[in-house]
Design a protein around this ligand. Sequence first.
Ligand code: PLP
Length: 460
Amino acid sequence: MNLPYAEPYKTKMVEYIKPSTIEERRQWIKEADYNLFNLTSDKVFIDLLTDSGTGAMSDKQWAEMMIGDESYAGSQSFLKLKETVKQITGFSYFLPTHQGRAAENVLFSVLVKEGNIIPGNSHFDTTKGHIEFRKATALDCTIDEAFDTTVYHPFKGNVNIEKLEAALKNDTEDRIPFVIVTVTCNSAGGQPVSIENIKQVSEVCKKYDTPLYFDAARFAENAYFIKIREEGYQDKTIKEIVKEMFSYADGMTMSAKKDGLVNMGGFIALNNEEVYKKATVFNIMYEGFITYGGLNGRDMGALAVGLDEATEFDYLETRIEQVAFLGQQLVDAGIPVQQPFGGHAIFLDANKFVPTIPRNEYRAQALAIELYIAGGIRSVEIGTILADRDPFTHKNRYPELELVRLAIPRRTYSLNHMRYIAAVLKNIYASRDQAKRGYKIIDEAPIMRHFTVKLEKLVD
Ligand SMILES: *Cc1c(COP(=O)(O)O)cnc(C)c1O
């Protein structure tokens, strides 16, 4: 019998969300300088800004909150988490941090020097930020298929092995301290990396004696795709696949706000004792003592349970099928979205949706603003604004893709919410020809400008 998937959980507590009118939202977004990050949450009906730290914890996680051990040193909650991380990833050394970018900050303080090159698959914005902040370069080695939203490739997050090998081969001055592979690849649209590719990356890294790290924020979703799409993995459990994935790496940084199923948290896990020892110094300086690293004991306990729940098949199936349900509704309406659908989000292809808006007027941002005004739905631009300016020339970097990301929080919204989002988008799509002008930047920060940028609406 072929039954549809059904959520393997029921609701124990509800949080009301506020509807509003188009007129109200038009005014609110203007007051927010057309930056969706500036909106207060009461002005948002469905919040798809991010799936980071916005999910719902389980009753078991809440129960852990009650028995959290808040000891400064040697907390039992820390030990519980360290043990869970060891079981799930296989890594022996573990440092908690307050979130993913903090893990990057600590680890990169050890590993990244001025002039370094860090190859990877479409580095996440904070990863790139932490690399460029240290006057090093993030080298994108993602496969070309990732940049065509219409071609099907089961693992669009894959690394182009030739490109990676060429970089390592040409590295005669030892400028590449490590390679970082993001699973799933957020910036390429939540696209997974295959085990085969991970294995190849690992072999090339070994050949050139270069460590391999994972940016592992969505490692469990990546494992789900491997199970569903990669030959030979259908009969393996998610936990087995996860273990194999990590066996090819030397270490990882983690944003626990994603597949940790908690609202705040992160960590570093790795095999190399020397790197660990150096990292502890930075952890103590930036985060806190090594047995809490900026986290409450109760948060570490909830994270330990979250990691276990996130690596269960039924949970992942519900999550990823809900995202795909939204994607399919849009595809059926002819709306251009990245395919195959990502694990945590659907990405609208603004180059195809609103080609009538010039690129230097931030067409993806313009589409995101329209989605907010029309339906109270908050999404995020993954396009020219996010791509920042070139650190050397200070010119806009126009990325190949102009995307609007609809990130779906974990265990939070219903299928009816997905239907509502699809209906709003269908309306916008029907009148897309009328969109002619976008926005201009009136104020921006030198790095990671998207969080605080101020925009002005352009009119003919
Ligand atoms: C979210 C994320 C980060 C940064 O983590 P924070 O917890 O937001 O600091 C890094 N890499 C990837 C792939 C992410 O998704």
